[in-house]
Design a protein around this ligand. Structure first.
Ligand code: TYD
Length: 208
């Protein structure tokens, strides 16, 4: 893929503060006069936002684990085609709130071990990972209480409780070791401004 921009993703458990940090980083880069596309998954394109409603609202058990994996991957493919790839080709900085690492974790781990299928589908249909991934690491109990206090219709994984959050956290930290060259782990426990400075220190060396 011919790429001129920079592809950044934020990952973390529900309530880790990654969305706040993604927005703060986008604002800071925009203030420097850079062209930034802030986007999210599932979603980030018209078709993918429609799929988002299918996977995050309603009875969580309406999809099998495998069907859910296909839906998240379909959403990502559309997002990549319509939003991410064009933005990178135009030289923009793309900041994505969750990307394939979330599928490696949530679909790969939460309902049995589907990681091999996740990886195979990723290679076949997506084939790209971010240049840099910021993992906002967060204590599961704190993350869960933050996530729960949001009161939205979307609570796909938040309802699975603290045990799942804890294994997701451990899984993300393992993933950060597996892909050590592109991951940076940031402690999300501090005040948002403090975390934002750590994010900036991790990202700024990679800026064009
Ligand atoms: P998100 O909107 O980032 O929620 P939050 O801000 O609470 O973290 O993500 C919504 C949910 O979608 C979240 O519970 C994780 C889940 N998800 C997956 O299960 N697989 C995926 O591939 C992605 C991108 C998200």
């Amino acid at each position: 893929m011919s790429r001129h921009g920079l592809f950044l993703s934020f990952e973390g458990i529900d309530g880790s503060g990654k969305s706040t940090q993604a927005r703060a980083l986008a604002d800071r880069l925009t203030a420097q006069g850079r062209d930034v596309v802030l986007t999210r998954e599932p979603g980030g394109s018209a078709g993918a936002e429609e799929i988002r409603a299918l996977v995050l609202q309603g009875d969580p058990d309406r999809w099998s684990a495998e069907t859910e994996l296909l839906l998240f991957t379909a959403a990502r493919r559309d997002h990549l085609e319509r939003t991410i790839r064009p933005a990178l080709e135009a030289g923009n900085i793309v900041i994505c709130d969750r990307f394939a690492d979330s599928t490696r974790m949530y679909q790969g781990l939460s309902r049995g071990d589907l990681r091999a299928k996740v990886d195979a589908l990723h290679d076949l249909m997506i084939g790209v990972d971010p240049d840099l991934t910021i993992l906002i690491d967060m204590d599961p109990a704190t993350g869960l209480s933050r996530a729960k206090s949001r009161n939205t219709k979307e609570e796909r994984f938040e309802n699975f409780g603290e045990g799942l959050q804890a294994s997701m956290r451990a899984g993300f930290l393992e993933l950060a070791e597996e892909f050590a060259t592109r991951f940076r782990v940031i402690d999300g426990a501090g005040a948002p401004e403090v975390v934002a400075e750590d994010v900036w220190a991790a990202v700024s060396p990679h800026l064009p």
